[in-house]
Design a protein around this ligand. Structure first.
Ligand code: NAD
Length: 443
């Protein structure tokens, strides 16, 4: 099939590359000239495990190309995927300007003679957007198009795997033609028997928000449970294992930490809460999820301040991990941003390492005076304490003796429960984590 993907970011690039990998001819469109320069030079502009190999293969085999020319891409394609940003606005609602701008541009390009085009929206958008895109388009063009919803559930850091082997594909559409095209397109990705679930457009649009908000709720629930564990002298690891083995609850998304971040959960929970409010419904759980998360992003800083009797001026604090989660270079709404800003404001010195996200920090947050290091051990030279903010695998089994010999004081604030408390005790560290017994740290 001939496919255009408009917007070549985390979702668009993975979508385009994976569709090319299954034999389709894909043209990806973007307006970011620097990104296009890299893509056309065969460079993957984001860090996403497993992407580079199939990206290069499909470019070499001529099935994957990149352009800034929207007309060229959509005139040549029957399927047009929208993978455009939908960032939050001040009031929490999703900003549709990118989606609607491209819609208007497409309406100026496509005519009655262009042939049928199926416009498939992969961006996370409020209920009613398919209808809005269609009416915006129809106000300007008589071309034969249908607009359907196909929300994306991939996780950054595991995006290729998620796209190639989705647990389900959701499609919101109302024509047999769209059902046939989407069934054919996704067949190679569903060979193991996972379902493609067809529904109306509105339900499909809502499904994406429902999924992300539910997962954010699970995280906030465990974050609150962890704080209660600390007050009760219980261990959240044990509680997590105890409840996670109940198949009604499930083992995943039960790990407490420093709050959820990223480009999706914060904005999607906000947008769903806004949608509810707009429809005169107070979605109480969502509001609690958001306020718990705001509180959680402060927990690690509070622990640090309490330990130093509220005075961290001149303290050398090493930070391991900046990305909002491991296996990505994405720092959008990363909890590290708030944590580090607070610590810097209070006069601490920050020496940081992240295996993939340091260039993003330097590019988008030059105002944060952080000293960056080439390795996680380098951050520890003379450090008063270490803060762990992102649970990259490479941090999990370090050489504790080496760490201790480098640090001025063997103190660890673990925001992701990366180490075992017992191991910390044996290694002689003062150690606190989230919802687990503290080792040798006095507030
Ligand atoms: P992104 O910011 O990484 O990428 C968006 C791309 O669109 C950018 O490269 C930008 O330059 C391009 N763009 C903007 N205006 C354009 C235009 N007029 N024409 C062509 N390209 C244009 O965003 P993303 O993370 O890929 O997210 C895209 C959508 O998918 C959002 O709605 C998001 O909520 C949703 N989503 C994201 C994820 C994720 O993990 N990132 C997962 C599921 C769904």
């Amino acid at each position: 099939m001939k496919i255009a993907v408009i917007g070549t970011g985390y979702v668009g690039l993975v979508t385009g590359t994976c569709f090319a990998e299954s034999g389709n001819e894909v043209i990806c469109v973007d307006i970011d000239q620097e990104k296009l320069r890299k893509l056309n030079a065969g460079i993957v502009p984001i860090y996403e495990p497993g992407l580079e190999v199939i990206f290069k293969r499909n470019i070499e085999e001529g099935r994957l190309t990149f352009t800034s020319n929207l007309a060229e891409a959509i005139l040549a394609s029957e399927l047009i995927f929208l993978a455009l940003p939908t960032p939050p606005q001040e009031d929490g609602s999703a900003d549709l300007q990118y989606v609607l701008k491209v819609t208007e541009e497409m309406a100026g390009i496509l005519t009655e003679d262009s042939g049928f085009k199926l416009v498939v929206n992969k961006s996370t958008v409020p209920v009613g957007t398919c209808a809005k895109v269609l009416s915006t388009f129809k106000a300007k063009s008589k071309a034969d198009i249908e607009v359907i919803s196909n929300p994306e559930f991939l996780r950054e850091g595991a995006a290729v795997d998620d796209f190639m082997k989705p647990e389900r594909v959701v499609v919101g559409c109302s024509s047999e033609r769209a059902v046939k095209l989407m069934t054919h397109l996704y067949k190679p990705f569903l060979m193991s028997g996972n379902p493609i679930v067809f529904m109306d457009e509105r339900s499909s649009e809502l499904t994406k928000y429902a999924a992300n908000s539910f997962l954010a709720m699970k995280i906030s629930y465990m974050n609150e449970m962890a704080l209660l564990c600390e007050k009760l002298g219980a261990n959240v690891d044990m509680v997590r294992k105890g409840i996670g083995s109940d198949s009604r609850i499930g083992k995943r998304f039960l790990f407490p930490g420093v709050g959820y971040g990223g480009s999706c959960f914060p904005k999607d929970v906000k947008a769903l809460s806004y949608t509810a409010k707009e429809n005169a419904y107070d979605f109480a759980i969502l509001n609690a999820v958001m306020s718990v998360n705001e509180k959680q992003k402060k927990v690690l800083v509070t622990k640090v301040l309490d330990f130093y009797n509220q005075d961290i001026k001149g303290k050398k604090l090493a930070v391991w991990g900046l990305a909002f989660k491991p296996n990505t270079d994405d720092i959008r709404e990363a909890p590290s941003l708030e944590i580090i800003s607070n610590l810097l404001d209070k006069g601490a010195e920050i020496i940081a390492f992240d295996p993939e996200a340091m260039h993003e920090y330097q590019k988008y947050h030059p105002e944060l005076s952080i000293k960056y290091c080439d390795s996680h051990y380098d951050t520890l030279a003379g450090a008063d304490a270490l803060l762990i903010i992102t649970e990259w695998n490479m941090f999990r089994t370090p050489d504790f003796a080496r760490m201790k010999s480098l640090m001025a004081h063997p103190v660890i604030f673990d925001g992701r429960n990366v180490f075992d408390s017992s191991e910390m005790q044996e290694s002689g560290f003062q150690y606190t984590s989230i919802g687990r017994p503290t080792i040798g740290l006095q507030a």
